[in-house]
Design a protein around this ligand. Sequence first.
Ligand code: NDP
Ligand code: KPL
Length: 305
Amino acid sequence: MKIKNVAMIGMGAIGTVYGSFLYKRYGSDFAVIAGEKRNIELKSKGITLNNNTLYPLVLSPDKKDIKYDLIIFCVKNYQLDKAIDDVRNFVGENTIILTILNGITARDRILSAYPDNKVLYGLSTHMNAVRTHKGVFSTEYGEIQFGNGDNTVIAPEVQAVQELLNEARIKNKVFPDMIRAMWKKFMLNVGVNQVTAITKASYEKVASVKTNLILYKEAMMEVLKVAQASGVDLREKDVEELMASITSRLSAKEKTSMLQDVEAKRKTEVDYFSGLVVEMGKKLSIPTPVNHVLYCLIKSIEELY
Ligand SMILES: NC(=O)C1=CN([C@@H]2O[C@H](COP(=O)(O)OP(=O)(O)OC[C@H]3O[C@@H](n4cnc5c(N)ncnc54)[C@H](OP(=O)(O)O)[C@@H]3O)[C@@H](O)[C@H]2O)C=CC1
Ligand SMILES: CC(C)(CO)C(=O)C(=O)O
């Protein structure tokens, strides 16, 4: 199985980074799917990474004569339903779909819309993309971790995506247990993204303010309990590892995507972080007071924009 063409939806921070790599390798076999205003803007302004502007092919969702071997989702969680509809004309029977959204629900939401396709789990880690009105700036392009839930035997679709990412020079990794990898990243985001969205702390501040660290750990411990009660292989030592690595993950001055959203007065993904933890906690009878407070605070911040 060889992927010959690839499309992407969502040319924001991470979409611009990975889209630039894919365009440089695949040229006109790489397309961006975007409708209406976004389509016009992308055609006229292109995508800009670190002051370098590229003009990939931009296709409107109503175009009907081309199918893609791989479609990658890079929108925010609250934009996913519309994006799922917008790619419909480009999905053929052999199309592989990859999501690199944060959170743990995007892959299953896509799969329920495209039940006959291979829909892979995925995430992007160690990425420090910042979206500004002059384009996206990034010094660390991170790594895409992806695959089926169980990759102890690598499936042909996973191998094909890995070959494509390698050819485009996008760092990537396939974990044997992708569900564990997704939840581990989710646990990190529930801790650090939410706490920084409220305290406005850059990475150096998260690590140096003791009370930040307390909240960060307590929010993650609630994820751990919910995960374990759901049969997911997360461990207390994962919490310890994430706590220890927070200072070394990204450079000191950088900010989480949720803090960037709050600073730009954009809607956040809180419903898919603490919102989901609280909802799952209720179903499993696991108390999640820290996430409840984080949820209410972030919702309040959004309402007060
Ligand atoms: N930023 C980061 O460093 C990281 C982000 N992530 C995760 O990756 C995902 C994407 O984040 P990020 O790149 O920061 O988000 P952004 O908000 O920067 O980008 C999302 C992009 O998708 C576009 N979009 C939304 N809906 C559609 C649609 N229907 N058709 C075409 N384009 C659409 C948006 O356009 P518009 O602006 O017009 O709405 C925007 O350009 C999130 O789940 C995030 O949590 C993961 C790791 C790191
Ligand atoms: C891991 C981290 C914090 C940076 O890649 C992230 O996922 C985000 O900012 O959303």
